[in-house]
Design a protein around this ligand. Structure first.
Ligand code: PMP
Length: 361
Protein backbone atom coordinates (compact mmCIF):
# COMPACT_ATOMS: atom_id res chain seq x y z
CA UNK A 1 0.00 0.00 0.00
CA UNK A 2 1.20 3.47 -0.81
CA UNK A 3 2.08 5.51 2.29
CA UNK A 4 0.42 8.95 2.44
CA UNK A 5 3.71 10.88 2.40
CA UNK A 6 4.66 9.25 -0.85
CA UNK A 7 2.01 11.34 -2.61
CA UNK A 8 4.14 14.39 -1.84
CA UNK A 9 7.29 13.05 -3.44
CA UNK A 10 8.39 14.71 -6.66
CA UNK A 11 8.50 12.07 -9.39
CA UNK A 12 11.45 12.39 -11.73
CA UNK A 13 13.18 10.19 -14.28
CA UNK A 14 16.81 10.97 -13.53
CA UNK A 15 19.69 11.50 -15.92
CA UNK A 16 21.88 8.39 -16.06
CA UNK A 17 25.58 9.28 -15.88
CA UNK A 18 28.18 6.99 -17.47
CA UNK A 19 29.63 4.23 -15.31
CA UNK A 20 32.67 5.03 -13.16
CA UNK A 21 34.19 1.54 -12.79
CA UNK A 22 37.22 1.15 -10.53
CA UNK A 23 40.43 -0.75 -11.19
CA UNK A 24 43.68 0.21 -12.87
CA UNK A 25 43.75 -2.31 -15.70
CA UNK A 26 40.68 -0.98 -17.41
CA UNK A 27 40.52 1.24 -20.45
CA UNK A 28 37.96 3.94 -19.72
CA UNK A 29 36.54 5.50 -22.86
CA UNK A 30 32.95 6.01 -21.70
CA UNK A 31 32.55 9.49 -20.18
CA UNK A 32 34.60 11.78 -22.41
CA UNK A 33 37.22 12.50 -19.79
CA UNK A 34 40.61 13.80 -20.89
CA UNK A 35 43.25 11.03 -20.75
CA UNK A 36 46.04 13.49 -19.85
CA UNK A 37 46.62 15.06 -16.42
CA UNK A 38 45.67 18.66 -15.62
CA UNK A 39 48.30 21.37 -16.18
CA UNK A 40 51.40 20.78 -13.99
CA UNK A 41 50.69 24.00 -12.03
CA UNK A 42 47.48 22.43 -10.74
CA UNK A 43 49.37 19.60 -9.05
CA UNK A 44 51.83 22.05 -7.53
CA UNK A 45 49.07 24.33 -6.21
CA UNK A 46 47.27 21.31 -4.77
CA UNK A 47 50.38 20.23 -2.87
CA UNK A 48 50.77 23.74 -1.46
CA UNK A 49 47.16 24.01 -0.31
CA UNK A 50 46.67 24.81 3.37
CA UNK A 51 43.91 22.65 4.85
CA UNK A 52 43.43 25.23 7.60
CA UNK A 53 41.90 27.54 4.98
CA UNK A 54 38.99 25.11 4.70
CA UNK A 55 37.66 26.27 8.09
CA UNK A 56 36.16 29.24 6.31
CA UNK A 57 33.46 29.33 3.67
CA UNK A 58 34.73 29.95 0.16
CA UNK A 59 34.13 33.30 -1.56
CA UNK A 60 30.49 32.93 -2.74
CA UNK A 61 31.24 34.91 -5.91
CA UNK A 62 34.36 32.78 -6.61
CA UNK A 63 35.88 36.09 -7.74
CA UNK A 64 39.42 34.79 -8.24
CA UNK A 65 38.21 32.25 -10.82
CA UNK A 66 35.55 34.51 -12.33
CA UNK A 67 38.12 37.25 -12.86
CA UNK A 68 40.69 34.84 -14.36
CA UNK A 69 38.05 33.56 -16.80
CA UNK A 70 37.01 37.12 -17.69
CA UNK A 71 40.63 37.95 -18.56
CA UNK A 72 41.03 34.73 -20.54
CA UNK A 73 37.95 35.46 -22.68
CA UNK A 74 38.32 39.27 -22.85
CA UNK A 75 35.01 40.00 -21.15
CA UNK A 76 34.08 41.77 -17.92
CA UNK A 77 34.05 39.89 -14.63
CA UNK A 78 30.32 40.75 -14.50
CA UNK A 79 29.88 38.64 -17.65
CA UNK A 80 31.01 35.37 -16.08
CA UNK A 81 29.04 32.93 -13.93
CA UNK A 82 30.79 29.90 -12.43
CA UNK A 83 29.26 26.69 -11.16
CA UNK A 84 29.86 23.14 -10.03
CA UNK A 85 30.53 21.74 -13.49
CA UNK A 86 28.65 22.99 -16.52
CA UNK A 87 25.76 20.76 -15.40
CA UNK A 88 25.25 23.16 -12.49
CA UNK A 89 25.49 26.20 -14.78
CA UNK A 90 23.07 24.74 -17.35
CA UNK A 91 20.64 23.51 -14.68
CA UNK A 92 20.66 27.00 -13.12
CA UNK A 93 20.17 28.53 -16.58
CA UNK A 94 17.10 26.33 -17.26
CA UNK A 95 15.64 27.48 -13.94
CA UNK A 96 16.47 31.14 -14.58
CA UNK A 97 15.79 31.68 -18.29
CA UNK A 98 13.28 29.06 -19.42
CA UNK A 99 10.30 30.45 -17.62
CA UNK A 100 7.77 30.65 -20.45
CA UNK A 101 4.68 28.65 -21.34
CA UNK A 102 6.11 28.23 -24.83
CA UNK A 103 8.34 25.19 -25.40
CA UNK A 104 12.10 25.33 -25.10
CA UNK A 105 13.76 23.80 -28.16
CA UNK A 106 16.66 21.35 -28.29
CA UNK A 107 17.46 18.54 -30.76
CA UNK A 108 16.01 15.02 -30.42
CA UNK A 109 19.54 13.61 -30.31
CA UNK A 110 21.58 15.68 -27.88
CA UNK A 111 22.80 15.85 -24.30
CA UNK A 112 20.29 13.67 -22.49
CA UNK A 113 20.29 15.91 -19.40
CA UNK A 114 18.25 18.65 -21.16
CA UNK A 115 14.88 16.84 -21.04
CA UNK A 116 15.60 15.85 -17.44
CA UNK A 117 16.02 19.48 -16.32
CA UNK A 118 12.97 20.50 -18.33
CA UNK A 119 10.89 17.82 -16.60
CA UNK A 120 12.31 18.60 -13.16
CA UNK A 121 11.45 22.30 -13.48
CA UNK A 122 8.14 21.76 -15.32
CA UNK A 123 9.39 23.50 -18.47
CA UNK A 124 7.57 22.60 -21.71
CA UNK A 125 9.95 21.49 -24.46
CA UNK A 126 10.11 20.22 -28.01
CA UNK A 127 12.89 18.23 -29.62
CA UNK A 128 13.19 18.97 -33.36
CA UNK A 129 14.68 16.01 -35.20
CA UNK A 130 18.25 16.11 -36.47
CA UNK A 131 18.34 15.38 -40.21
CA UNK A 132 19.30 11.90 -41.43
CA UNK A 133 23.01 12.86 -41.32
CA UNK A 134 22.54 13.82 -37.65
CA UNK A 135 22.81 17.54 -38.35
CA UNK A 136 20.84 20.29 -36.60
CA UNK A 137 18.40 21.93 -39.05
CA UNK A 138 18.46 25.64 -38.29
CA UNK A 139 14.97 26.09 -39.85
CA UNK A 140 13.59 24.08 -36.91
CA UNK A 141 14.57 26.90 -34.56
CA UNK A 142 12.70 29.70 -36.28
CA UNK A 143 9.22 29.38 -34.78
CA UNK A 144 7.95 30.84 -31.51
CA UNK A 145 9.54 29.19 -28.51
CA UNK A 146 10.49 29.66 -24.86
CA UNK A 147 14.25 29.41 -25.44
CA UNK A 148 16.85 27.41 -27.32
CA UNK A 149 19.75 25.23 -26.17
CA UNK A 150 22.09 22.91 -28.03
CA UNK A 151 25.70 21.81 -27.70
CA UNK A 152 28.33 22.82 -30.25
CA UNK A 153 29.75 20.38 -31.21
CA UNK A 154 26.57 18.43 -30.57
CA UNK A 155 26.75 15.40 -28.29
CA UNK A 156 26.86 12.49 -28.83
CA UNK A 157 27.32 13.07 -32.58
CA UNK A 158 30.41 15.30 -32.33
CA UNK A 159 29.17 17.35 -35.30
CA UNK A 160 30.12 21.03 -35.12
CA UNK A 161 27.99 23.84 -36.52
CA UNK A 162 29.68 26.84 -38.13
CA UNK A 163 29.54 30.18 -36.35
CA UNK A 164 27.47 31.82 -39.13
CA UNK A 165 24.72 29.25 -38.72
CA UNK A 166 24.82 29.63 -34.95
CA UNK A 167 24.51 33.38 -35.36
CA UNK A 168 21.49 32.89 -37.64
CA UNK A 169 19.78 30.87 -34.90
CA UNK A 170 20.58 33.51 -32.27
CA UNK A 171 19.41 36.25 -34.64
CA UNK A 172 16.10 34.46 -35.23
CA UNK A 173 15.51 34.09 -31.48
CA UNK A 174 16.23 37.47 -29.95
CA UNK A 175 13.12 37.39 -27.74
CA UNK A 176 14.34 34.39 -25.77
CA UNK A 177 17.60 33.25 -24.23
CA UNK A 178 19.77 31.05 -26.47
CA UNK A 179 22.30 28.82 -24.72
CA UNK A 180 25.22 27.29 -26.62
CA UNK A 181 26.69 24.43 -24.60
CA UNK A 182 30.37 24.35 -25.58
CA UNK A 183 31.47 21.41 -23.43
CA UNK A 184 33.55 20.08 -26.36
CA UNK A 185 34.30 23.26 -28.32
CA UNK A 186 38.06 23.26 -27.68
CA UNK A 187 38.51 20.03 -29.64
CA UNK A 188 37.73 21.62 -32.98
CA UNK A 189 34.65 23.88 -33.17
CA UNK A 190 34.43 27.68 -33.25
CA UNK A 191 33.34 29.27 -30.00
CA UNK A 192 30.35 31.64 -29.86
CA UNK A 193 31.97 33.69 -27.06
CA UNK A 194 32.80 36.56 -29.50
CA UNK A 195 29.05 36.86 -30.24
CA UNK A 196 28.29 37.64 -26.61
CA UNK A 197 29.14 41.34 -27.14
CA UNK A 198 26.63 41.44 -30.01
CA UNK A 199 23.66 39.52 -28.56
CA UNK A 200 22.35 40.25 -25.07
CA UNK A 201 20.28 37.04 -25.12
CA UNK A 202 23.24 34.67 -25.65
CA UNK A 203 24.76 32.52 -22.90
CA UNK A 204 27.80 30.41 -23.80
CA UNK A 205 28.60 27.59 -21.39
CA UNK A 206 31.95 25.83 -21.11
CA UNK A 207 33.61 23.40 -18.71
CA UNK A 208 36.96 22.37 -17.23
CA UNK A 209 35.88 18.71 -17.37
CA UNK A 210 37.04 17.85 -20.88
CA UNK A 211 39.69 20.08 -22.46
CA UNK A 212 41.23 21.03 -19.08
CA UNK A 213 41.31 17.48 -17.64
CA UNK A 214 39.50 18.46 -14.44
CA UNK A 215 36.18 16.57 -14.45
CA UNK A 216 36.77 15.61 -10.82
CA UNK A 217 37.03 19.25 -9.71
CA UNK A 218 33.58 20.12 -11.10
CA UNK A 219 34.13 23.54 -12.68
CA UNK A 220 31.86 25.04 -15.32
CA UNK A 221 31.10 28.60 -16.42
CA UNK A 222 28.73 30.67 -18.46
CA UNK A 223 29.63 33.84 -20.38
CA UNK A 224 26.97 36.37 -21.33
CA UNK A 225 25.57 39.87 -20.93
CA UNK A 226 25.86 41.26 -17.36
CA UNK A 227 22.04 41.21 -17.06
CA UNK A 228 21.95 37.48 -17.81
CA UNK A 229 24.72 36.86 -15.28
CA UNK A 230 22.94 38.95 -12.64
CA UNK A 231 19.75 36.92 -13.17
CA UNK A 232 21.70 33.67 -12.82
CA UNK A 233 23.33 34.90 -9.62
CA UNK A 234 19.96 35.93 -8.17
CA UNK A 235 18.69 32.38 -8.65
CA UNK A 236 21.93 30.86 -7.39
CA UNK A 237 21.88 32.97 -4.19
CA UNK A 238 18.25 31.94 -3.68
CA UNK A 239 19.27 28.31 -3.70
CA UNK A 240 22.85 27.74 -2.49
CA UNK A 241 25.32 30.61 -2.13
CA UNK A 242 28.54 28.61 -1.73
CA UNK A 243 28.43 26.40 -4.79
CA UNK A 244 32.12 26.43 -5.70
CA UNK A 245 34.45 24.90 -3.13
CA UNK A 246 37.79 26.46 -2.28
CA UNK A 247 40.09 23.91 -4.02
CA UNK A 248 38.06 24.21 -7.24
CA UNK A 249 38.38 27.99 -7.21
CA UNK A 250 42.14 27.87 -6.60
CA UNK A 251 42.97 24.98 -8.93
CA UNK A 252 40.70 26.20 -11.71
CA UNK A 253 42.46 29.57 -11.63
CA UNK A 254 45.81 27.79 -11.76
CA UNK A 255 44.78 25.71 -14.81
CA UNK A 256 44.01 28.89 -16.76
CA UNK A 257 47.63 30.06 -16.43
CA UNK A 258 49.10 27.41 -18.68
CA UNK A 259 48.02 27.97 -22.29
CA UNK A 260 50.95 26.06 -23.89
CA UNK A 261 50.05 22.90 -21.95
CA UNK A 262 46.36 23.37 -22.78
CA UNK A 263 46.95 23.63 -26.54
CA UNK A 264 49.53 20.85 -26.57
CA UNK A 265 47.08 18.43 -24.90
CA UNK A 266 44.31 19.42 -27.31
CA UNK A 267 46.57 18.80 -30.30
CA UNK A 268 47.48 15.34 -29.01
CA UNK A 269 43.82 14.39 -28.62
CA UNK A 270 42.87 15.78 -32.04
CA UNK A 271 45.72 13.86 -33.68
CA UNK A 272 44.66 10.61 -31.97
CA UNK A 273 41.04 11.28 -33.00
CA UNK A 274 41.93 11.67 -36.67
CA UNK A 275 44.11 8.52 -36.58
CA UNK A 276 41.29 6.62 -34.87
CA UNK A 277 38.86 7.68 -37.61
CA UNK A 278 41.15 6.05 -40.20
CA UNK A 279 41.58 2.64 -38.57
CA UNK A 280 37.97 2.46 -37.40
CA UNK A 281 36.79 3.07 -40.96
CA UNK A 282 39.08 0.24 -42.12
CA UNK A 283 37.41 -2.04 -39.56
CA UNK A 284 33.97 -1.32 -41.02
CA UNK A 285 32.78 1.46 -38.72
CA UNK A 286 31.10 4.64 -39.87
CA UNK A 287 30.53 7.80 -37.83
CA UNK A 288 29.70 11.48 -38.15
CA UNK A 289 32.82 13.61 -38.65
CA UNK A 290 33.39 14.42 -34.98
CA UNK A 291 35.10 17.62 -33.88
CA UNK A 292 34.84 16.54 -30.23
CA UNK A 293 36.88 14.13 -28.09
CA UNK A 294 34.67 11.16 -28.99
CA UNK A 295 33.30 9.27 -31.98
CA UNK A 296 29.76 7.96 -32.40
CA UNK A 297 30.53 4.76 -34.27
CA UNK A 298 28.27 2.19 -35.95
CA UNK A 299 29.57 -1.06 -37.41
CA UNK A 300 28.33 -2.18 -40.80
CA UNK A 301 27.45 -5.71 -39.66
CA UNK A 302 27.89 -6.24 -35.93
CA UNK A 303 25.33 -4.75 -33.54
CA UNK A 304 26.60 -2.02 -31.22
CA UNK A 305 25.20 -3.70 -28.11
CA UNK A 306 27.16 -6.89 -28.85
CA UNK A 307 30.39 -4.97 -29.34
CA UNK A 308 29.69 -3.00 -26.16
CA UNK A 309 29.26 -6.21 -24.11
CA UNK A 310 32.33 -7.83 -25.65
CA UNK A 311 34.43 -4.73 -24.89
CA UNK A 312 33.18 -4.64 -21.31
CA UNK A 313 34.27 -8.26 -20.80
CA UNK A 314 37.75 -7.07 -21.74
CA UNK A 315 37.54 -4.15 -19.27
CA UNK A 316 37.26 -1.67 -22.13
CA UNK A 317 34.46 0.74 -21.30
CA UNK A 318 32.65 2.76 -23.98
CA UNK A 319 29.16 4.32 -23.85
CA UNK A 320 26.07 2.64 -25.27
CA UNK A 321 22.74 4.51 -25.28
CA UNK A 322 19.70 2.28 -25.61
CA UNK A 323 17.62 5.10 -27.04
CA UNK A 324 15.92 5.84 -30.37
CA UNK A 325 18.34 6.60 -33.23
CA UNK A 326 21.36 5.76 -31.04
CA UNK A 327 20.84 2.11 -30.19
CA UNK A 328 23.16 0.81 -32.89
CA UNK A 329 26.03 3.17 -32.07
CA UNK A 330 28.81 3.35 -29.53
CA UNK A 331 30.19 6.60 -28.20
CA UNK A 332 33.91 6.12 -27.84
CA UNK A 333 36.01 8.70 -26.02
CA UNK A 334 39.41 9.46 -27.52
CA UNK A 335 41.99 8.24 -25.02
CA UNK A 336 45.78 8.10 -25.19
CA UNK A 337 47.45 6.44 -28.20
CA UNK A 338 48.15 3.42 -25.97
CA UNK A 339 44.50 3.12 -24.92
CA UNK A 340 43.31 3.41 -28.50
CA UNK A 341 45.82 0.72 -29.50
CA UNK A 342 44.30 -1.65 -26.91
CA UNK A 343 40.84 -0.91 -28.34
CA UNK A 344 42.08 -1.42 -31.89
CA UNK A 345 43.78 -4.74 -31.13
CA UNK A 346 40.67 -6.07 -29.47
CA UNK A 347 38.30 -4.92 -32.23
CA UNK A 348 40.54 -6.34 -34.95
CA UNK A 349 40.52 -9.76 -33.30
CA UNK A 350 36.86 -9.64 -32.28
CA UNK A 351 35.52 -8.52 -35.64
CA UNK A 352 37.71 -10.98 -37.44
CA UNK A 353 36.52 -13.89 -35.28
CA UNK A 354 32.96 -12.62 -35.54
CA UNK A 355 32.97 -12.50 -39.32
CA UNK A 356 34.36 -16.07 -39.45
CA UNK A 357 31.87 -17.54 -36.96
CA UNK A 358 28.98 -15.73 -38.68
CA UNK A 359 30.04 -17.26 -41.99
CA UNK A 360 30.00 -20.82 -40.59
CA UNK A 361 26.76 -20.49 -38.63
N1 PMP B 1 27.21 19.38 -21.77
C1 PMP B 1 27.46 18.28 -22.48
C2 PMP B 1 27.07 18.25 -23.91
C3 PMP B 1 28.09 17.18 -21.88
O1 PMP B 1 28.33 16.06 -22.59
C4 PMP B 1 28.46 17.25 -20.53
C5 PMP B 1 29.16 16.08 -19.87
N2 PMP B 1 28.35 15.08 -19.42
C6 PMP B 1 28.14 18.41 -19.81
C7 PMP B 1 27.54 19.47 -20.46
C8 PMP B 1 28.42 18.55 -18.35
O2 PMP B 1 29.75 18.44 -18.03
P1 PMP B 1 30.33 18.98 -16.65
O3 PMP B 1 29.16 19.11 -15.69
O4 PMP B 1 31.31 17.95 -16.22
O5 PMP B 1 30.92 20.32 -16.93
Amino acid sequence: MKRAWENNIRKVVPYVPGEQPSGNRLVKLNTNENPYPPAPGVKKALSEMDADAFRKYPDPSAYMLTDALARRYHVGADQVFVGVGSDDVIGMAFLTFFNSKKPVLFPDVTYSFYPVWAQLFGIPYQMPKLDCDFRIRKEDYQGENGGVIFPNPNAPTGIAMGLEEIEEIICDNQDVVVIIDEAYVDFGAQSAVPLVSKYENLLVVQTFSKSRSMAGMRIGYGIGHPDLIRALNDVKYSYNSYTMNMPSIILGTEALKDDPYFYQTLEKIKKTREETKIWMRELGFSFPDSQANFLLATHKTVKAEMIFEALKQEQIYVRYFKSPRLDNSLRITIGTDEEMAVLRRFLETYLNIKSHTDRFC
